[in-house]
Design a binder for this molecule. Structure first.
Ligand code: WTA
Length: 631
């Protein structure tokens, strides 16, 4: 196995040592690096599975991110897809945040109210998040690629009072009309009192009675809004994510614990210095954008680049052009993006000056060793450590990653190395025993950690069953992993019914319920099969109702339903029509068998897998299904 000894010269052994002695005291020492209005009395209240961090402490996320930073420093270099450019200082961000916070108050938004945000990647998205945080409103950001139905579901679940959106945003040279989508989503939702509309594209829009223009609201309101002194445990945001059951779940994060975990990992992983220019390509609609675009960099007073549009638009060189133009030093992206750049060829990055880079990161899916090496050689020119960071929407911040800001360790392409300090990970078998090195098992977390979700919005029971019922007082991640003989973690992918398409989480149950909502379909099952760029793509198996004939028009209608219910990211790549789905005697769909068939694998590779079915049963189902779809 190749390993690469490359670091940034840091060799802090004290941090890991302190964390191993007393993890609660250790996290307290990290929390103290943030600005608190009042200290906490109890560092951790742990009533499994409910944790409260820094109880009694008073803090405000927008204050810690903005007021205490150097005001004349650039917080954001923003680049629109259409090459519009803006530089925003901390002072300017703070000015807008206070105006919007006062604006929200003037519209009746109070501490604890939910505000839905559906905006393109512009500084206004960051301003909106921080304005909510300033007054203690709970923000819930929805990725701007989601459909009206998805927005509606989330707004209804969170009972948001207000929506912040834009007329549109640019994607691949076209205007995505976001306000139209919001209008459809909320047409019958009376509990929405107002919609704030930021004019990004300036195309003509219809203003309804609830609508208020962003510029008017900010102009009317004063730029002084003292931060609300909030309990550390006050909810900061809800972020919906796809899981194994039905509709997306509202992952709820608190304030003090979350900010502590995000800011500590931002420092350790990225070795952030005053002179750095940091660029994370994630959209704020996903958790990576929450933790490492909106909060992490600002809490550490960093300068970052935010880019609005598609990473390969208008040319395949867009990312390298940004790195050269802004002299970016830290670049954090996804394996899907890297696989795409790699396919475009080395000549493109090689024709740019990437010498400013000093650290590279990857997140969201396993990175294949070939891609890691390409990243290391062609982008990093063998001088940048690569951090492969494993974490989840639920964990709030990184849990496994090399930490060049702390230590220099050999890196292994495809492994995220070790758990971060203060986090206790293990790999267990079905009965809860720790597996020996090199043996596959379930990745779990054995102690509470500060960035952890506090519950699922409005559903403590589901929170308990989804994450805490497989093993006692132990958090189940839903991922398979192994630990090698050197103690390096290797994530092998999801062990549950969650797909990772181009790094985005899609629940099979959610997708299947959308597919069967078509009047011609009686049953549906989906699975992911490997794809060279996206990691996985979706394949759907559909059982048509009696007498239905399969046609291209039927296929198109089904795809339209998925796009309407969820969004384009959930579009299946292929649809297979079959007479029945392979199921175990207990009625469970043999998803792995579907996967094997769709990816043309042999049955031998799947017969031992955990569908709980007899081998002969699987074999029969396999042969039958194969005959149907391959003729
Ligand atoms: C996967 C994204 C391998 C994993 C931050 C996890 C990864 C899920 C990695 C969470 C990584 C995330 N290597 N797999 N470095 N990072 N994953 O909630 O399956 O969108 O459970 O959070 O992504 O996805 P989520």
């Amino acid at each position: 196995m190749d390993s690469y000894l490359i670091g940034l010269g840091n060799n802090d052994t004290k941090t890991r040592h302190d964390a191993s002695v007393d993890f609660v005291k250790f996290w307290e020492s990290q929390a103290k690096k943030l600005d608190w209005f009042e200290p906490w009395q109890i560092p951790l209240e742990w009533n499994p599975p409910f944790a409260k961090w820094f109880v009694g402490g008073k803090i405000n996320a927008s204050y810690a991110a903005l007021d205490v930073q150097k005001q004349d420093k650039i917080a954001i270099f923003w680049e629109g897809e259409n090459e519009e450019r803006r530089s925003v200082t901390y002072a300017q961000l703070l000015d807008s945040v206070q105006r919007l916070a006062n604006g929200l108050k003037s519209l009746g938004i109070e501490k604890g109210d939910r505000v839905t945000i559906y905006l393109p990647m512009t500084p206004e998205l960051v301003v909106s998040i921080l304005a909510c945080a300033r007054i203690g409103a709970i923000h819930t950001v929805i990725f701007s690629g989601f459909s009206a139905q998805s927005i509606r579901d989330r707004i209804v679940d969170s009972q948001s009072k207000l929506v912040i959106t834009a007329d549109g945003g640019y994607r691949r040279g076209k205007i995505v009309k976001l306000k139209d989508v919001v209008d459809t989503a909320i047409s019958d939702l009376d509990f929405i009192s107002n919609v704030i509309v930021y004019q990004r594209t300036n195309h003509t829009i219809t203003m309804n009675s609830k609508d208020i223009l962003w510029d008017d609201l900010l102009e009317k309101n004063s730029n002084t809004c003292p931060p609300e002194k909030l309990e550390s445990t006050h909810p900061l945001y809800i972020l919906y994510t796809s899981g194994t059951t039905g509709k997306p779940k509202g992952v709820l994060h608190d304030t003090g614990g979350y900010l502590t975990h995000v800011s500590a990992t931002f420092r350790w992983a990225f070795d952030i210095k005053d002179s750095d220019v940091y660029f994370c390509t994630a959209d704020i609609g996903w958790v990576t954008g929450h933790s490492y675009v909106a909060y992490g960099p600002l809490l550490c007073g960093a300068t970052q680049v935010i880019y609005e549009g598609a990473p390969d638009y208008p040319s395949h060189a867009r990312m390298w052009d940004l790195i050269q133009r802004y002299k970016i030093t830290i670049f954090y992206t996804t394996p899907t993006a890297l696989r795409m750049f790699m396919k475009f060829g080395d000549d493109i990055p090689n024709s740019f000056d990437l010498s400013s880079l000093r650290l590279l990161g990857s997140v969201g899916e396993p990175i294949n060793p070939e891609v890691w090496k390409w990243y290391y050689h062609i982008i990093g020119k063998t001088k940048c450590p690569i951090i492969d960071t494993w974490w989840q929407t639920e964990t709030g911040a990184m849990m496994i990653s090399p930490l060049p800001g702390l230590e220099t360790i050999p890196l292994k392409p495809g492994s995220g190395a070790h758990a971060i300090p203060g986090v206790d990970l293990a790999i267990l078998d079905e009965s809860g025993n720790t597996v020996p090195p090199e043996i596959k098992g379930y990745l779990v977390i054995r102690k509470p950690w500060p960035g952890m979700l506090t519950t699922l919005w409005g559903d403590d029971e589901k929170y308990k069953t989804v994450y805490w019922s497989k093993y006692k007082d132990t958090y189940y991640t839903g991922d398979y992993a192994i630990c090698d003989k050197d103690g390096y973690f290797w994530i092998l992918g999801r062990a549950d019914d969650v797909l990772k398409i181009a790094g985005h989480r899609i629940g099979t149950a959610e997708l299947e319920s959308s597919l069967v909502s078509h009047s011609s379909i009686s049953e549906a099952a989906v699975c992911g099969i490997p794809d060279q760029v996206k990691g996985e793509v979706i394949i759907a198996f559909l059982v048509p109702k009696e007498g239905v004939s399969v046609s291209d028009s039927l296929k198109n209608q089904i795809i339209d339903i998925v796009r309407k219910d969820i969004g384009a990211i959930a579009t299946p790549q292929s649809l297979y029509f079959v007479s029945k789905l392979p199921k175990t005697r207990s009625g469970k769909i043999m998803r792995r068998l579907l996967k094997a068939i769709a990816s043309n694998e042999k049955i031998g590779d799947v017969s031992t897998l955990e569908d709980g079915a007899a081998v002969s049963e699987i074999q029969t189902a396999f042969d039958e299904l194969k005959k149907q779809i391959r003729g």
